[in-house]
Design a binder for this molecule. Structure first.
Ligand code: ATP
Length: 331
């Protein structure tokens, strides 16, 4: 039986984790969950929102499923998400964005893959207060991290039969930092002559995505543009409740939804577990459990197609009712 770390998070985290664990169990997939608490709820007892035991568990099991975790603002703690990605060197943030059955949005046939660099850029956390009226943030871009993420994007394209990898920058303005990212992309692209190449400025990309997202395939972006553009693309397919993600490194991978802990709907049995479920389906595929992954995906799609949805995507079901419907539809 495979052991996987489960971080059940806070806010709506425990509700959606409970839903996903029940669905996976009902599918017959044999997973032994190593449950690790993290976030605001553990600070009092353990002095940190990300105790070492959580990192040790992921390092040992190699794979984690993670519900959202809140980092308290203004109490001196680094973001749990950023720290996890750094400590485990989860350098690639993969966010597939594809239309789901019966979720009406402006566009049909959206099928985009966002590949976001996960370790540097303005997320390096290097800030300096120059004087009372001036603060600086340092944008760190390295050739090593840029080439690594571009290689990841091209390899993903090859393995998944995708046609194009488009580099997104603002290299006309940030000539050195984004210029280096673009140069790294071009260096890597030379080794993938059968994958189409394309370069676009991030502002132009945003305009084109809201006009016609079907014109894009894989987008590879530095960290901050990746963060912003992936929320935009989540909106194209029905919002945060359905946007899945994964953080992948050489040794470990952490699968998690794009959304946060949604404290506004915590404990109300309203949260949509779809984003975490889709992340778990990707996780099952990643560990080679394709049959279970396909069965769960089919049950989810059938549930949505039958009009059974949570409120955030225009339905009336509670988290638990939606979960039960998916379990009924398992093959
Ligand atoms: P963070 O900074 O942690 O990303 P946030 O407040 O910016 O948090 P979310 O916590 O993701 O963002 O919530 C944004 C909005 O989307 C909230 O109104 C929330 O209720 C809604 N939302 C997020 N996730 C879900 C979900 N799974 N189901 C239903 N609504 C959700």
């Amino acid at each position: 039986m495979r052991t996987i770390t489960l971080i059940n998070g806070d806010g709506i985290g425990p509700e959606i984790s409970d839903s996903v664990v029940k669905i996976i169990k009902a599918s017959g997939a044999e997973i032994n969950w190593d449950i690790q608490t993290a976030g605001a709820d553990v600070i009092e007892k353990e002095g940190t929102p990300l105790p070492q035991r959580v990192l040790d568990s992921i390092k040992k099991n190699k794979i984690a499923l993670k519900a959202p975790v809140t980092t308290p603002i203004g109490r001196g703690f680094r973001s749990v998400n950023v720290q996890l990605r750094k400590e485990l060197d989860l350098y690639a943030n993969l966010r597939p964005c594809k239309n789901l059955p019966n979720i009406k949005t402006r566009f049909e046939n959206v099928d985009l893959i966002i590949v976001r660099e996960n370790t540097e850029d303005l997320y390096a956390g290097i800030e300096e207060q120059i004087d009372e009226n001036t603060a600086h943030s340092i944008k760190v871009i390295t050739r090593q991290a840029s080439e690594r993420i571009c290689r990841f994007a091209f390899e993903y394209a090859l393995k998944n039969g995708r046609e194009e990898v488009c580099a997104v920058t603002k290299a006309n303005i940030m000539k050195l930092s984004d210029g280096l990212f673009l140069e790294s992309y071009r260096n890597v692209a030379k080794y993938y002559p059968h994958i189409k190449q394309r370069e676009i400025l991030v502002d132009n990309l945003c305009m084109q995505l809201v006009q016609d997202p079907t014109k894009f395939d894989i987008l590879v972006l530095p960290n901050l543009y990746g963060d912003i553009v992936s929320d935009l693309t989540a909106g194209l397919i029905g919002g945060l409740g359905v946007a899945q993600g994964a953080n992948i490194g050489h040794d470990c991978a952490v699968f998690e939804p794009v959304h946060g802990s949604a404290p506004d709907i915590k404990g109300q049995n309203k949260a949509n577990p779809t984003a975490l479920l889709l992340s778990a389906i990707e996780m099952l595929k990643y560990i080679g459990e394709n049959t279970y992954a396909q069965n769960i995906e089919h049950a989810l799609f059938k549930t949505l197609a039958n009009g059974n949805k949570t409120a955030d995507i225009g339905g009336t079901l509670s988290t638990t009712e939606f979960t039960e419907e998916i379990i009924k539809n398992l093959g």
